[in-house]
Ligand binder design. Sequence first.
Ligand code: KG4
Ligand code: ZN
Length: 333
Amino acid sequence: MSNPRRMITLGIETSCDETAAALLDGPSVLASEIYTQQTHAAYGGVVPEMASRAHLKKIGVVCRAVYDRAGIRPQQTDLVAVTDSPGLAGALLVGIGFGLGMHTGYGMPITGVNHLDGHIHSALLEHPDLSPPFLSLVVSGGHTALYAVRNMGRYECLGKTVDDAAGEAFDKVGKLLGFSYPAGRAIEEEAARARPGGGLKFPIARLSTSGPGFSFSGLKTAVRYFIQSKGAAYVNDHRPEICHAFQEAVVGSLLLNSRTAAGQTGIGRIAVVGGVACNGRLRRAFGDAFGANAIFPSPNYCTDNAAMIARAGFECFKRNELRRPSMDPVGGI
Ligand code: KG4
Ligand code: ZN
């Protein structure tokens, strides 16, 4: 029996410091490649110009790798889906330019994908039966927001951070404690070494709105003042306890707001996506609170990747809502 007609989608992601490509057959991932740029660690954050140049070096490499891995030729691609917002302008342009080159050269359709829409779709990659309604908590280095997903592609933003993103707070506190960028995983590992019963606590911001809302810059400042007041010797001896208390505050805020959103909307299922969703403490806390109704992608699909972009593009194709990529560094959903 011959195979049914395939629908091959190429996903491209270059919005920040990951150069990523993925191939999907329908909703299923055939191959996914992620190159994480290492050059930024020395600077404590992503340097936009260096990111663009590194994307330019690697975009062809990661795309070639997914075609080789899947045993497919580029001209067999049915759709190109590329992140066009939000992100670093020069970084986005590399991916968009490459995608438009495929579209112009081979003639397949192309669509722009919002990066946050991609993260929301990452929950579907390993949970193909997941369907709206569900809540989506997007927690990454650049974004922290809660959405009610009543239809794929149509989101109600229930609340977002008024200042820093959760991942940004991990990275900034990590810098204060001497970890290199990005610091999320290092803080989690350090927190796991904390001696029990220390009693150290940092405040969770409760915004004076009736619905969900996040703020992490006060927490970062509280950690900074705490470190300054205690001095280097104390910090050296208590780094795990400081990491633990900080992580508890972030997880506490994310959980509190998610519970508020579930109560407000009556939606009991939640997908937690974005780089911070790699965090084991966060996963356990949501698992305890929401049980099997808490859904997490595997870590490779939490951090920036192109499979989620291809998945979002494939949904646009099914809804007949393809749109020409249009670079927008600040475009939200
Ligand atoms: O989704 P992502 O790859 O990029 C953005 O779209 O921003 O997320 C990167 C963020 C970084 O801030 C990083 O420190 C954080 O995710 N992160 C973590 C962990 N792994 C990555 N934060 C806490 N715990 C982790 N295990
Ligand atoms: Zn992201």
